[in-house]
Design a protein around this ligand. Structure first.
Ligand code: B12
Ligand code: SF4
Length: 524
């Protein structure tokens, strides 16, 4: 078939590089189409002006975060109201899992691309002139007179080396304070944590476990970014860089070996995410020698029952051991943690609090927490729905705990720690960035031990205040003394936590070095 070259505009949330739309773009370019990438913003004005000058045939929206649906809906409606007639398609995690609900919210969409999108989008774009053809493309959903049609799924590729590297034409890394790029060395994860949608997402694509690129292919991309584009820090966005048994460990070492072989560790540093039971000194040491500087660990809980509810197959002692190894290797780390999950009790909350104390009391990492959110596509969401504990549609799904005292504890946490733990500019986030920044040691950017020590002292103080306040609140609620959020001692405790946090923030601002900080970029 003789295919016309098409113009495709790709729009997505972009804090770090949005690899989803960048992979889509490179695949479209490979087929001879024209693409343009635009970061999603709330104001439709700039996007509309661009559309009016470039006249794209297709506009593809990347909706990876489910709570951004209302923002995307407003944008898409505004574009249609302004007379934009291009084919509107959308993809990403939420779009893949809940096409019916999404089409109800945004009927202006022509199609939804479900799960991995590279090959599906090409087929839509190339059959655009023939609706009867694009409506048969496998892996999409669309509206037929108000009814959602789900086409048969598309089988994902087994060999992901075949995807062309993400399109980064529009990024000027050299203008960044710390030139930082995201790289994906694998897709998928063999674990089955109950709060996570990764397994469901890739299994729906017909693939299993974790598909890894070959080490040479990965390091080719890293070398290009470092030597041709001036990148100094690589963020591996793999869900778990070490997952997959012995073979995966050998693969990680082979990636590190290839980096050293090309002497890239002399020019850059890198970061990975993994589980705590994968942290072993013999495995990590060669990675550190190859420039690994930071690890994000999926810790999630420090209580046995909570870790079981989260299906982590981990014990708190394993987290503590991982923390010890990383300290010995002098690698900075941060971690995800859920103080509360849907089956929490005051006892599990207390155990989690005590664990956080042990894990972070030296200020090596920032203690922060959230509670489990029931994202679509996760076993936890399904279980809560079966237990009839989810109120509202999946978009604003809300649950209460089984013990009203745990609800009270959570409401207290929001009152006391809102500015410290939650939101983009929360102290927790800024402190994580500060630790990363002060710990980073690389050519041209040597660590200042005094600044590093000062950062740790500040983190230690902030962790201590939060955990002391949390402990007192648990005691007040557990003893029955405090039964409502208005109880004067809870109110005073929350006020104390906020005042102390403001003091930490003042010290934090005084420590910021303008123009050199990595944390603006990494931990927003
Ligand atoms: C990197 C990352 C981030 C980065 C941001 C990346 C960016 N764009 O700027 C950071 C660290 C900032 C981040 C933050 C958060 N993240 Co995050 N993140 C990821 C992660 C690990 C990798 C994303 C990625 O690069 N994927 C690789 C690309 C190739 O895959 P993809 O994005 O899915 O794209 C493919 C398909 O989805 C599809 N597709 C996607 N878009 C489109 C568009 C079109 C038009 C088409 C046709 C197809 C298509 O085709 C693409 C290519 O195959 C994912 C997990 C994952 N594996 O995806 C979580 C993930 C997306 N994050 C998640 C969450 C929850 C968060 C946070 C809320 C965490 C938190 N508690 O703060 C925040 C929210 C940020 C915000 N908006 O405020 C969840 C989303 C769950 C949900 N249902 O909403 C995920 C799925 C992790 C998980 N296990 O649950 N995140
Ligand atoms: S939370 Fe991490 S380890 Fe667990 S299934 Fe998801 S990606 Fe895998």
């Amino acid at each position: 078939m003789n295919v016309r070259s098409r113009r495709v505009l790709l729009v997505g949330y972009e804090d770090q590089d949005n690899l989803g739309i960048r992979y889509l773009s490179s695949r479209l370019l490979q087929q001879g189409h024209h693409t343009r990438i635009v970061a999603f913003g709330d104001d439709p004005g700039p996007l509309l002006r661009l559309i009016q000058t470039e006249h794209p045939d297709v506009i593809g929206f990347s909706l990876i975060f489910q709570y951004m649906v209302p923002q995307f809906a407003r944008m898409i409606r505004a574009l249609r109201d302004a007379g934009v007639h291009a084919h509107f398609t959308i993809g990403g995690h939420y779009a893949s899992f809940e096409p019916e609900e999404l089409l109800r919210h945004i009927p202006e969409l022509d199609s939804i691309v479900r799960f991995e999108g590279e090959d599906t989008l090409i087929e839509i774009v190339e059959h655009l002139d023939h609706p009867s053809l694009w409506k048969q493309v496998p892996g999409i959903a669309w509206l037929d007179q108000g009814q959602t049609v789900l086409n048969p799924p598309r089988q994902g590729r087994t060999h992901i080396d075949d995807f062309p590297e993400p399109d980064r034409r529009d990024i000027d890394y050299r203008r960044q304070d710390l030139p930082t790029a995201s790289v994906l060395a694998s897709r998928g994860c063999p674990w089955k944590c109950s709060f996570c949608s990764i397994i469901t997402f890739y299994e729906a694509n017909g693939t299993t476990g974790r598909r890894r690129r070959t080490p040479v292919n990965v390091v080719d991309e890293v070398e290009y970014l470092v030597r041709e584009r001036g990148v100094k820090l690589i963020l591996f966005q793999d869900d778990d860089f070490l997952a997959g048994g012995t073979e995966a460990k050998a693969w990680a070492k082979a990636v590190a070996g290839e980096i050293v072989h090309r002497k890239l560790e002399e020019e850059m540093r890198w970061k990975i995410a993994c589980r705590s039971d994968e942290i072993r000194a013999d495995l990590l040491a060669p990675l550190v020698a190859a420039g690994l500087c930071h690890v994000y660990m999926g810790v999630e809980g420090g209580d046995d029952a909570s870790l079981t509810a989260l299906n982590k197959h981990l014990k708190p002692a394993v987290h503590l051991h991982a923390g010890k190894i990383l300290r010995e290797l002098n690698v900075s780390f941060d971690f995800g943690f859920m103080l509360l999950e849907p089956w929490s009790t005051l006892q599990t909350a207390r155990n989690n609090m005590e664990f956080l104390r042990l894990f972070t009391e030296d200020g090596w990492a920032v203690a922060g927490f959230c509670r489990t959110l029931p994202y679509v596509g996760t076993p936890i969401e399904r279980r809560l729905r079966e237990e009839r504990r989810l109120n509202g549609s999946s978009l604003e799904a809300e649950y209460r705990f089984l013990d009203t005292r745990v609800d009270l504890l959570w409401d207290f946490c929001l009152m006391a720690f809102e500015g410290r733990n939650f939101g983009t500019h929360a102290t927790w986030n800024v402190l994580r960035g500060l630790l990363f920044d002060t710990h980073l040691d690389m050519p041209g950017r040597r660590r200042d031990p005094d600044r590093d020590a000062a950062a740790r002292a500040l983190v230690q103080a902030s962790n201590g205040v939060m955990l002391d306040v949390l402990e007192s609140a648990i005691e007040l609620i557990e003893s029955g003394e405090a039964q409502t959020l208005e109880h004067h001692e809870l109110v005073n405790l929350a006020r104390f936590a906020r005042t102390e946090d403001q003091s930490i923030r003042r010290q934090l601002m005084a420590m910021e070095r303008t123009g050199e900080s990595a944390y603006e970029l990494l931990f927003r």
